[in-house]
Ligand binder design. Structure first.
Ligand code: AHG
Ligand code: MN
Ligand code: MN
Length: 335
């Protein structure tokens, strides 16, 4: 028999979560259950996305979300699926979602956790078969259990995350997450309906040769970023921009690179949302050895004041993020 074909069965996400739980002496299993709930919703959303062209779920839903952006049908479907899974799971008392203006109270007042999520990231790519994703962060509530989650519970800074992750629905579907002890990636096997550990202990390269930003808006980027982009071209770097943050981030995490969404004329605080885009990916990238900055400070140290607050984002390989910061600083000194 050809040994190469006799592949081991592999480690399922469930088994991995259970094994990790045993590593923490006081773990009660609630966080493990929460992660399994997210994985279940991810499988359901993956199924809807895969059949999107066959069902009537592509295109606009006919509503705007709180940020004034047009909601796509799949944005709404993903939002419902994740909320339902977290509500049924019972571990989460309140949820922040990109698709809902206010805090969503699950009714599980005994739940110890808060989840912040972007149920579907990369909406503009839904209808054209390009990778999209889900992003989430988990916090421990600070208020006593027995009542609804509070605004203070929801507005904790990024350093207080206890878990964060994303799902990328791409050429294969992957779930990548951290609980603050490194980053692990799991690939979905659709015929078995399971995520299997495929990328253990992800470490992002210290540097890379990919820069990712929407250069169509470059005229209104801060001068420091414009100068950095010129530097990238002089160095012969490759520009790669999918327009789905999760997919751009995932590629750069594995290959090395930097993703930049700076302040622009149209979006003076940047476009991306602190609580369920920037902080979540910042926690993951730091756990993988990379960095996340606004261009001038560490993303995870921003004290949030609003649920849907935005912030500029420079994220990826540590040396590349530092280089962008250097260019920003040099420009600040000149002006
Ligand atoms: P969302 O679909 O959740 O609103 O996020 C879209 C975000 C992000 O995924 C992407 O990187 C960015 O918007 C693209 O924005 P531009 O079209 O301005 O480049
Ligand atoms: Mn998004
Ligand atoms: Mn979204």
């Amino acid at each position: 028999m050809n040994d190469k074909l006799a592949l081991p069965v592999g480690t399922t996400l469930d088994r991995f979560i259970m094994r990790k739980q045993e590593d923490f002496p006081y773990a009660t299993g609630e966080l493990s259950q929460l992660l399994r709930d997210i994985a279940l919703a991810a499988k359901i959303v993956n199924r809807e996305i895969n059949r999107a062209g066959l069902l009537d779920v592509t295109g606009a839903y006919g509503n705007q979300n709180v940020q004034g952006e047009e909601q796509q049908k799949l944005d709404v479907i993903a939002n419902i699926r994740f909320i339902r899974a977290l509500r049924n799971g019972g571990e989460v008392c309140a949820i922040i979602s990109e698709e809902e203006e206010d805090i969503i109270q699950t009714g599980n007042t005994k739940g110890k956790y808060i989840v912040a999520m972007d149920p579907l990231d990369g909406s503009s790519n839904i209808d054209v078969n390009v990778s999209i994703g889900t992003i989430f962060s988990v916090y421990r509530r600070t208020s006593e259990t027995g009542c609804d989650g509070t605004l203070e519970d929801c507005l904790q800074n990024g350093t207080r995350q206890i878990a964060a992750g994303y799902i990328v629905y791409g050429s294969s579907t992957m779930l990548v997450y951290t609980t603050g002890h490194g980053v692990n990636g799991f690939t979905y096997e659709p015929s078995l309906g399971e995520f299997f550990l495929s990328h253990p202990n992800i470490v992002t390269p210290r540097t890379g040769k990919i820069y990712s930003c929407n250069e169509g808006s470059a005229n209104s980027f801060p001068d420091g970023v414009k100068n950095y982009l010129n530097y990238c071209k002089e160095e012969g770097y490759s520009g790669r921009y999918i327009g789905s943050l999760v997919a751009d981030f995932h590629r750069n995490l594995l290959k090395g690179g930097v993703y930049i969404y700076p302040a622009t004329a149209k979006a003076p605080n940047g476009k991306l949302r602190l609580m369920y885009e920037c902080n979540s990916l910042a926690f993951i990238v730091e756990q993988a050895g990379g960095k996340a900055s606004t261009g001038t400070k560490r993303v995870m140290e921003i004290e949030p004041t609003e649920l849907h607050q935005r912030c500029p984002l420079v994220i990826g390989s540590a040396e590349m993020v530092e280089k962008v910061e250097e260019f920003m600083k040099a420009e600040a000194l000149v002006s």
